[in-house]
Design a protein around this ligand. Structure first.
Ligand code: CP
Length: 306
């Protein structure tokens, strides 16, 4: 069976934990400059980007190379996709050329159609709906910094985003309580929360950032204006009270960490003093994208995990 990596909600905790454990091991190996002989030698990953990326693009490229494989970087616009060739036909053709596809496109349905028609693994490198690779790196960062995700409280303040949706998917699997503070018009869809709750997720949704952050072990936010959003000015006005400021951060647990998937906008969703302060682990998160991509690739190729 082909191993696609499309959403955290598709997997059991043991599979996801296996990928994270494998990523932590691969990180240690890389640090000691003892890279195992590349398990993906002779394999090629096609990377399709329909929207900009720094971290996802570079970390997948480097991860594939670290595992001994090769990469091809593509954009939809420079392929026949940009002139109307179907996703399904593109999936069939790429399946004859390369060994896996990582795609970033805002339309989640395109990723699902690609996976449904490909005979090789497809990895979701971000859609408007979710960002599973990012949140797996965030969970890895939490485990490194705090030992475990179990029994912890994660507070999200600000707009809903694809990253928050993947955090919601992770909540029932990783044993943490998720407290979300978002204004009603930028809150996550209730059905996503209901589904996670039905899977055992402890998720609270409100509009008070102080209530969400009080006592939290981990405070997370995201940019107020994501790719594809067209109401930037309104978002800035409505989301102002949700900024992660030093004052807000002081309400969290004294050992709390601050996370942000990046790119960040200091002065908007996060105060510079928090972003660059001692509780911020944003650079660990960014580095862990590299190690988690190795874990995901290894899992997709059957080199790790169940
Ligand atoms: N966090 C994240 O996915 O970064 P990029 O958009 O730079 O890939």
């Amino acid at each position: 069976m082909v191993r696609h990596f499309l959403d955290i909600s598709d997997f059991s905790r043991s599979t996801l934990q296996g990928i994270i454990d494998d990523s932590i091991q691969r990180k240690a190996i890389a640090r000691e400059a003892r890279l195992a002989p590349g398990p993906l030698a002779g394999r090629t990953l096609a990377m399709i980007f329909d929207s900009p990326s720094t971290r996802t693009r570079i970390s997948f490229d480097l991860a594939m190379r670290a595992l001994g494989g090769d990469t091809i970087m593509l954009t939809g616009a420079e392929m026949q996709l940009g002139r109307g060739e179907t996703i399904a036909d593109t999936a069939r053709v790429l399946s004859r050329y390369v060994d896996a596809i990582m795609i970033r496109t805002l339309d989640a349905a395109k990723v699902e159609e690609l996976a449904a028609n490909a005979t090789i693994p497809v990895i979701n490198g971000l859609t408007r709906r979710s960002h599973p690779c990012q949140v797996l790196a965030d969970l890895m960062t939490m485990i490194e910094r705090q030992g475990s995700t179990d029994g912890k409280t994660v507070a999200w303040t600000g707009s809903s985003s694809n990253v928050l949706v993947s955090w919601i998917h992770a909540a029932p699997r990783f044993g943490f309580r998720l407290k979300i503070a978002a204004p009603a018009e930028y809150a996550p869809d209730q059905d996503i929360i209901d589904r996670a709750r039905s899977e055992g997720g402890e998720i609270e949704l409100g509009d008070d950032p102080e209530e969400a952050v009080r006592g939290a072990n981990c405070v997370v936010t995201d940019t107020w204006v994501s790719m594809g959003d067209t109401d930037g000015e309104r978002r800035h006005n409505v989301l102002k009270p949700y900024q992660v400021s030093s004052r807000l951060m002081a309400l969290a647990d004294r050992d709390a960490i601050f996370m942000h998937c990046l790119p960040a906008h200091r002065g908007d969703e996060v105060e510079g003093a928090v972003m660059d302060g001692p509780q911020s682990v944003v650079w660990d998160e960014a580095e862990n994208r590299l190690h988690v991509q190795k874990g995901i690739l290894a899992w997709c190729f059957g080199e790790a995990g169940a």
